[in-house]
Design a protein around this ligand. Sequence first.
Ligand SMILES: [Zn+2]
Length: 384
Amino acid sequence: MNFEFATAGRILFGNGRIKELAGIASSLGRRALLVSGSNPQRIQPLLDLVAQNGIQTELVRIAGEPTIPAVSDAVQQAKAFAADLVVGIGGGSPIDAAKAIAALATNPGEPLDYLEVIGGGQPLTEPPLPCLAVPTTAGTGAEATKNAVLASPEHKVKVSLRHPLMLPDIAIVDPELTHSMPPAVTAATGMDALTQLIEPFTCCRANPMTDGFCREGIRRVARALKTAYQDGSNAEAREDMALASLLGGLSLANAGLGAVHGFAGPIGGMFNAPHGAVCAALLPHVMSANVAALTDRATNDAELGRYREIAGILIDEPEARIEDGIAWVAGLCADLGIPSLSAFDIQESDIPAIVEKSAHASSMKANPIQLTTAELTDILQHAL
Ligand SMILES: [Zn+2]
């Protein structure tokens, strides 16, 4: 047994905890750069909250998933405003952007110097600005992860800026903030949460600490996601999903992911497709391929045992078979109206390029077993 565990400095969880935002922000800084998503009106009350207690604020809007140029512009804005605090409020995109802006505002050079895969991959040398994360969706767990996923329009790929110093100083997870999420966003982000619990539980760097989080999170998604999708004001289901999302973030940041996320990075860079919907469309097919490859080539039964355990938790039946668990996930995708990958204009002819780019993704290396080019191709064909 050999592992490391790190997370946000403080995590505040619970309905109504958002009321503590102004007090906490004022303990971290006086000049806050607020990073929000494409619809700041939806979170205006939260922005007003930060502006209390004598905190000066400036707003940055990140429309869609953050790109390297958008983050570079925001870093300049942070410097011009002399920001001493960055607050990310919204889904995974503005929170990831806030983490990247906080890091790049204090570290010299260009974003590319620090990016994985397409850049220099240098470690950060300076502590980032204090960063406060407030999720308003339930899926990415970005409030508890040490990376920011940034799109490079130039390279047509999404890559991570990653460093332990990028863990937010404080995360406020208030399930009530997720009640207004529309059903399609609830479905896509919720399936991302499920993927981010199944992949760390089965990946080659799984550890006993994150295993506990994964079991608890999978159980909550299994009982709550469909209800949250059908009835967004169901407080119990929203609370389950907010906690499951957080547990997924804690797990992926300390264990790793797998082939679903190995594919999702390149697909997100090449096509205009929401991350959660891409993960959902791939998840049952990646589970099937991994189970088949493990059955063929694994040297022991431990990994298959994990898939058996997942099936038992999902179906709430300890004797459930692996294939029943995979069928349950596929059925949930259907119930939530998750489209196949072809809905995002991905075609058969794109598969070789996606497979080639995915082979270099960091998440692919954490997959429980190395998949062949033929197996990766087969997964995408089934997910189209
Ligand atoms: Zn994800």
